[in-house]
Design a protein around this ligand. Structure first.
Ligand code: SAH
Length: 346
């Protein structure tokens, strides 16, 4: 049995051809799957009975098992999914004024071991399959539809959930093909898809070659010494190497690379840090997202005061850097940045 959510439209077209059928069927089926959101081939009423039977013999159309849904006071929603092997992941649906953003997971757990991140504390379990990435999005679209909205209102995706997307590169690229399919599939525009990385340098360059989605880099420090302390990946790829990969990353004309910078009280939030940050990013088309640390019980880091955050921001703005402070959404249900853990911890 094939899992149809692992198939790009081209893969499915090939399957039809190999089985002596017309390849344009793939587009029809993608519409049913991703736009009309049906759960069985019987519902695909513009296909012949024979064809529907044949598809049913060969393909399954799975959804993820939603084990729990939590709603934050700010209306952010967190989904806990149980996977086929009993493991868990989380995705976060963030309502904005005129659209939804989904924060998707790329791995069960994470191996990067960033010292501030709750996901890291549970360790790494495995990569997600293409279909497990796609199903998070397809199921969220279904949910948005059930709420009475057009499913396409879920228009923005960020790979900022559990895991390091560039450590699951093959399946990331596979899923992006389906995500970006502009005619029939999930139909996300490149401008509205962002892949965030802790800094796996060679794959950053490769991502620029293989895709046209936005890049976000979790920078979080302005010296190698501090970055290595906070993010072990920095031992392998230094700040210099990381920033050089960003400088040469292929981006569209008016686009910028997002640099996420967690603010940890007394650690990386000094005036000197802000000045260094502005200098480091000068040669790059960059925008900075400051993320005041979201506190959790597995870490002794503290969030700086509002005043400290706004002073830091002002230094960047004074140096003509595009920068904002990212509002923490869903922190009351542990749905904010770096708070996803999906029951991996005792
Ligand atoms: N592994 C990828 C994708 C995860 S994105 C990456 O590192 O980019 C998750 C973002 O949340 C990262 O920018 C990370 O730096 C940030 N983050 C992690 N823990 C956090 C916390 N406790 N408070 C605020 N931000 C956090």
């Amino acid at each position: 049995m094939n899992n149809i959510l692992n198939f790009t439209r081209d893969d499915l077209a090939d399957w039809f051809e190999n089985n002596d059928m017309r390849s344009f069927r793939a587009g029809q089926i993608f519409k049913w799957l991703y736009i009309r959101q049906v759960d069985s081939f019987e519902q695909m009423t513009d296909l012949s009975k024979d064809l529907r039977a044949k598809l049913k013999e060969n393909f399954e159309i799975p959804r993820l098992l939603l084990e729990k849904k939590q709603v934050s006071a700010d209306t952010t929603e967190k989904f806990l999914f149980q996977l086929g092997d009993g493991q868990h992941i989380e995705s976060v649906l963030i309502p904005e004024k005129d659209h939804f953003t989904l924060c998707v997971s790329s791995q069960v757990g994470c191996a990067q071991d960033c010292k501030f991140c709750l996901t890291a504390k549970g360790g790494f379990s495995r990569n997600l399959e293409v279909w497990e990435i796609i199903a998070q999005i397809r199921d969220a679209r279904h949910y948005v539809m059930e709420k009475g909205f057009n499913p396409l209102r879920l228009s923005n995706l960020v790979f900022m959930g559990m895991g390091e997307p560039l450590a699951n590169y093959k399946n990331l690229i596979g899923s992006l093909k389906i995500i970006r399919d502009s005619d029939y599939g999930l139909k996300f525009s490149a401008k509205r898809v962002t892949v965030s990385t802790s800094g796996i340098v060679p794959r950053i360059t490769q991502l620029g070659i293989d895709t046209d989605v936005n890049l976000a880099v979790s920078l979080n420090a302005t010296t190698d010494e501090m970055r290595t302390r906070l993010m072990p990946i920095n031992k392998k790829y230094t700040l210099d190497q990381l920033l050089e990969a960003c400088r040469t990353f292929t981006i569209k004309p008016r686009n910028k690379i997002t640099f996420e910078y967690i603010l940890l009280k007394g650690i990386n939030d000094s005036k000197q840090d802000a000045i260094r940050l502005a200098n480091l990013l000068k040669p790059i088309k960059a925008k900075v997202n400051l993320i005041p640390f979201n506190e959790h019980d597995q870490s002794s880091f503290k969030r700086p005061s509002k005043k400290e955050v706004s002073d830091f921001l002002q230094i960047l703005l004074d140096r003509n850097l595009t920068a904002i402070t990212r509002k923490s959404k869903g922190d009351d249900i542990l749905a904010a940045c770096g708070q996803l853990k999906a029951k991996m911890l005792p």
